[in-house]
Write a protein that binds this ligand. Structure first.
Ligand code: GLA
Length: 385
């Protein structure tokens, strides 16, 4: 990927890029639909990423060419408009959000390419936002603060694109740590890197079904959580316990009870999962992942037939410790925790079983926990200013 953007840049501009930036996709190991309830989640950045090779411009103009799509966008920093929803909106949105947070921008041009599947729930959009933010930081020379940049990226989604997403995707994309997942407390935004249990590998299983209902259903779930919290007399569901729920269950309509049940138990499972990871207990982590999927299926109702089938196919295979959907749901990807020696047979077995059951061809690959967004090449490999 890096070579591809550097080569394309050279062909286009007849010189090497001044900067190359990279921002990863992510999977969430556990802690789903908890971030907007101020709860806990445990995502990891993965070794699939979006890359931009770029150089500064002297005028006010930003030009980005998406090599994979054969499309490009051009805009002036002084004249931003939301326009039509497309990948370009994420770029202009970051250029809109950064100055609102006190950053002075300067212009650049470049080419980008990505091996994060688009629209599969692996946060290709958070990767785009953070890569663009990293590009602006490089050309304007402002210090790179991953946590603030994650918040800028979230503002881009919430205020520019009008998508009510939480902070998880942007935070792990900005702050990921190689070899680790991040336990995120979405209230304090404190982060704790926790290592993947030794000998366990995370496998991504893309159902190859679109996440059609995802935006409307996501907003509906958020509203239900707010109502449930109100009925329970707490500001957010993070503040409600299992005991509160049992005591006050009569005050909640059945559907709100199920939503609250998921969030409260998922927060518990996430903390237990982090403890299991610290203890290198892959079996326990896998059990918690299974329980998370079942809760998302029955209580939160955000899985889909293909996600349930994929998870069932995974659980049948030798070496599978646990499997669950990942991300918002309604299609997209599931993940499995698999013992390293069984990876090849696991992937082949799930592929065949899923294809047989659904008639669809999945995309299945092992991934590794990667570092967050950064400047690469030219001697810099970290997220330092
Ligand atoms: C999407 C959102 C996240 C989070 C997950 C569900 O990925 O962008 O903020 O809410 O769904 O856990």
């Amino acid at each position: 990927m890096m070579e591809r953007v550097i080569r394309a840049f050279g062909e286009r501009f007849n010189e090497p890029p001044a900067f190359v930036v990279r921002a990863p996709g992510r999977v969430n190991l556990i802690g789903e639909h908890t971030d907007y309830n101020d709860g806990f989640c445990l995502p990891m950045a993965i070794d699939r990423a979006l890359w931009i090779a770029l150089r500064p411009r002297r005028d006010d103009r930003v030009i980005v060419e998406a090599l994979d799509l054969g499309e490009s966008i051009t805009f002036d920093l002084g004249a931003l408009s939301p326009g039509e929803a497309s990948w370009g909106q994420y770029v202009t949105g970051v250029a809109w959000a950064l100055p609102r947070n006190g950053y002075t921008l300067s212009a650049w041009e470049g080419v980008m390419s990505s091996d994060i599947p688009i629209g599969s729930g692996l946060s290709s959009s958070a990767a785009l936002e953070l890569a663009v933010a990293r590009a602006f930081a490089a050309v304007a020379g402002f210090p790179w603060d991953p946590e603030r940049m994650a918040q800028v990226a979230q503002q881009t989604e919430n205020q520019w694109l009008k998508l009510r997403t939480g902070i998880m995707d942007q935070l792990v994309c900005a702050s990921g740590v190689e070899g680790h997942a991040l336990l995120i407390d979405c209230r304090s935004l404190s982060l704790e890197p926790v290592p993947l249990p030794s000998g366990a590998v995370v496998v991504v299983m893309d159902t190859r079904t679109p996440r059609g209902l995802v935006n409307s259903a996501y907003n509906e779930r958020r509203a239900e959580c707010e109502q449930a919290a109100q009925r329970l007399g707490v500001a957010v569901l993070r503040d409600a316990s299992r005991a509160d729920l049992e005591r006050q269950s009569g005050r909640l309509a059945p559907v709100l009870l199920k939503r609250a049940q998921h969030v409260i138990t998922e927060n518990e499972r996430t903390l237990l999962a982090a403890a299991a990871m610290r203890a290198h207990d892959a079996a326990e982590l896998g059990r918690l992942m299974d329980a998370s999927h079942d809760s998302l299926r029955h209580d939160y109702e955000v899985t889909s037939a293909t996600l349930d089938t994929m998870v069932a196919c995974a659980r049948q295979q030798k070496g599978c410790r646990g499997a669950r959907m990942t991300g918002a749901g309604f299609g997209g990807c599931a993940i499995a925790l698999v013992q390293a020696p069984d990876i090849a047979s696991f992937i082949a077995g799930v592929f065949q079983a899923y294809e047989r059951e659904t008639g669809l061809t999945p995309d299945i690959f092992a991934c590794r926990p990667a570092a967050g967004a950064g400047l690469v090449g030219f001697g810099e490999t970290d997220t330092a200013p």
